[in-house]
Write a protein that binds this ligand. Sequence first.
Ligand code: NAP
Length: 251
Amino acid sequence: MAEKTEQRVAVVTGASRGIGEAIAHALAEQGRHVVCVARNAEKLEATAKSIRDAGGPGGASVKTCDMSDADAITELIESVAKEHGRLDILVNNAGITRDNLLLRMSDEEFDDVIQTNLRGVFVACRAALRPMMRGKWGRVINLGSVSGIVGNAGQANYAAAKAALAGFTKSLGKEMAAKNITANVVAPGFIQTDMTDVLPQPIKDAAQKAIPLSRFGQPREIAAAVAFLASEDAGYVSGQVLAVDGGMTMC
Ligand code: NAP
């Protein structure tokens, strides 16, 4: 086992609900200070309070940011690094869907998804690398999707952004390996959150049939994978895309 180190600071985007909220809890349980990020301040405060109430040793704080706004993202990351004197872990979890069949997909639906799910991740990583390099340690975990691995009808925009994250993350991992910074993707399958709750029942039923484990996953099952990749013990894992999908993408 790796030795215990000083308290590390983690930024988790999209921490106000669903998978991001579970990730924030899991990192807090590891003793990290977790900066919870999303647009809705009230919901973020609820996440941070529940971490503190659960006795998260590193505590939690809140910052609102729209992950489609490049200037706001850069300001967010720089302010975290300044306030805490460090930034060790970045989990790019915030994501949106604008589903439509390709023949009907508007430019706006395509661009919105690329802006938040891909460009936002690029801007956040670029800003976070400097404090990670200063600390000579870093963990970047980007949330992909099985849609980015096998595609999904109605999600050409989302699948393109999530697939691009794999190449982006591997490139980051190669550039930053010498600086002791790792970068990985966790690619969830169908997970029970607000994002999947809105799917029509026939689509949910078809999805469930395609899952070898015959059930949707829970946010904590994604959080466990992210927490491992963010841990001291995962220091030799980089450039990987870890599908956590009930076996959907197994060959
Ligand atoms: P969710 O329940 O819809 O939650 C999305 C989170 O992202 C919320 O905290 C939301 O907070 C935040 N967010 C959305 N747009 C944002 C923006 N522009 N700026 C800042 N924060 C923003 O989603 P989820 O199901 O937990 O999914 C989390 C991640 O896993 C996403 O990247 C998603 O693509 C990926 N994923 C999910 C599934 C699944 O089955 N659920 C499957 C594969 C991949 P605010 O609205 O307050 O900003």
